[in-house]
Write a protein that binds this ligand. Structure first.
Ligand code: TRP
Length: 348
C-alpha cells in the first residue's frame, strides 16, 4: 500500500517497521519550547519515545526552541533556568549526548537564516489558515498578534530541514506545522533542485494526560507534575487533584475526566490497563486512587529523579552538553545553508 493513502495508524505501523529495518536512514527532529518545566504529560507523550528511538539507533536531534518562546509572550522569562531544567530532564530520562544532539535556536545562526528563503515559499493566506496558530492566537495573552506568531511554523520548518530531519514525532496539534514543513521542502526542491526530504510525522499514540485541575496538563498552567518534582511535592500535587463526588472509581474519560486522568497516570506508571487499575481500586474511592497514583508515580520516576539530582550536581557538564550539541548543529546548519545558497544562486 502507498504510504500516502494509508490511515494514520497504518502509516505509523509502516513507519515503525521501516525504522526497525533501517534505523540509520532516519533522522528524528523534535523539541520543546523552554517556557516551564517538562512534566509527566511530556514524559509519557513524547520524551519516552525519543529515548526509544535513540536506543533503536536513530539519529535524534532535540531543539530547545528558545526563539519560539516569543510567539505568545513579550519576553522570554527565566529562560536560562528553564533551559537548564530541560537539559537535566533530557539527561535524566536517558537522552545520550554521545548519540543524540541537543541544541537551541539562538545558538545556530545559519538555521535561522534558512527562514528567509523558506518564508518566500509560502503565502500569507496559507499562514493564515494554520489551525494550531489560530488556536494559539485565540488563547494568547497578547493584545496583538506578532509576526513571529504568524510565521513560526516556517521557522519550525527550518528547525527540521536544516539537518534534513525526515521523521518528526509529534502530537496531533503539531500536524499542521509538519504540513508547512513538507510544503516548504517540496516547493524548495521544485524551484531550486532536490535538497530537502519531505519529513514524515510519527504521531504519538499516547493518550492525553490532564493536569491536576482537570484541564490539559501544561507547563504554564500550574497544573502539572514536573519531572523534577520530588516525592513529597508529587504527593501534595496529587492530593490536591480534582476528582468528583462519585465514590466508586471507574475509568470513564468522557464523563469523569479528573478521575480518569489519575487512573491513566497510575496505569502509565505501572504499565497496566487503566480499566484494570480502576476496577482494582473500585470502592476504595478517591483516597485509595490518590494513594495508588502517588506511589506509582514516585516509584516509576525514582530512577529518573535520582539521575536528575546527580546531573544537577555537575552543571558544568550539563552546560557542556548544550555547547557540544550547538557546535554540531552549527556545522550541519552551515553546510546546509551553503548548499541552499549554491542552488539558489545569484549570491543569495
Ligand atoms: N512547536 C513545538 C512545541 O510547541 C516545539 C518545536 C519547535 C518543535 N521546533 C520544533 C517540534 C521542530 C518538532 C520539530 O511542542
Amino acid at each position: 500500500m502507498s504510504i500516502a493513502t494509508a490511515s494514520p495508524e497504518q502509516r505509523a505501523a509502516e513507519l515503525e517497521a521501516r525504522i526497525r529495518q533501517a534505523p540509520d536512514r532516519f533522522r528524528v527532529m523534535t523539541g520543546d519550547r523552554p517556557t516551564g518545566s517538562l512534566h509527566l504529560g511530556h514524559y509519557f507523550g513524547t520524551l519516552h519515545n525519543r529515548v526509544r528511538l535513540q536506543e533503536l539507533g536513530v539519529d535524534v536531534f532535540v531543539i530547545i526552541a528558545d526563539y519560539q518562546v516569543l510567539t505568545d509572550r513579550d519576553v522570554a522569562d527565566r529562560l536560562g533556568e528553564y533551559m537548564e531544567g530541560m537539559l537535566l530532564d533530557y539527561l535524566a530520562i536517558g537522552i545520550d549526548p554521545a548519540r543524540s544532539t541537543v541544541f537551541n535556536h539562538s545558538a545556530v545562526p545559519a538555521l535561522n537564516q534558512l527562514m528567509l528563503p523558506f518564508l518566500s515559499l509560502v503565502s500569507v493566506a496559507e499562514l493564515n489558515r494554520n489551525p494550531t496558530v489560530k488556536d494559539e492566537i485565540a488563547h494568547s495573552r497578547q493584545s496583538a498578534v506578532s509576526g513571529l506568531m504568524f510565521t513560526y511554523p516556517v521557522h519550525q520548518a527550518a528547525d527540521i530541514l536544516f539537518c534534513k530531519g525526515n521523521l518528526v514525532p509529534v502530537g496531533q496539534d503539531q500536524l499542521p506545522h509538519l504540513e508547512v514543513t513538507r510544503m516548504v521542502a517540496r516547493r524548495f526542491n521544485e524551484r531550486y533542485g532536490a535538497v530537502f526530504p519531505e519529513p514524515d510525522a510519527l504521531l504519538s499514540d499516547a493518550p492525553l494526560l490532564l493536569g491536576t485541575d482537570g484541564t490539559k496538563m501544561s507547563k504554564s498552567r500550574g497544573n502539572s507534575i514536573a519531572l523534577g518534582a520530588d516525592a513529597d511535592e508529587t504527593a501534595r500535587l496529587i492530593k490536591g487533584a480534582k476528582t468528583d463526588a462519585e465514590r466508586y472509581i471507574t475509568y470513564d474519560p468522557e464523563n469523569r475526566p479528573g478521575v480518569a486522568s489519575l487512573v491513566l497516570l497510575a496505569a502509565l506508571c505501572l504499565g497496566r490497563e487503566p480499566h484494570a487499575v480502576a476496577e482494582e481500586i473500585g470502592g476504595g474511592g478517591a483516597a485509595v486512587l490518590k494513594r495508588t497514583v502517588t506511589e506509582a508515580v514516585n516509584s516509576r520516576m525514582a530512577p529518573v529523579r535520582a539521575r536528575r539530582a546527580e546531573y544537577a550536581r555537575d552543571m558544568g557538564y550539563v552546560r557542556s552538553v548544550l555547547r557540544d550539541g550547538n557546535e554540531r548543529a552549527n556545522e550541519i546548519a552551515a553546510a546546509t545553508l551553503e548548499e541552499v545558497r549554491g542552488v539558489m544562486g545569484g549570491g543569495l
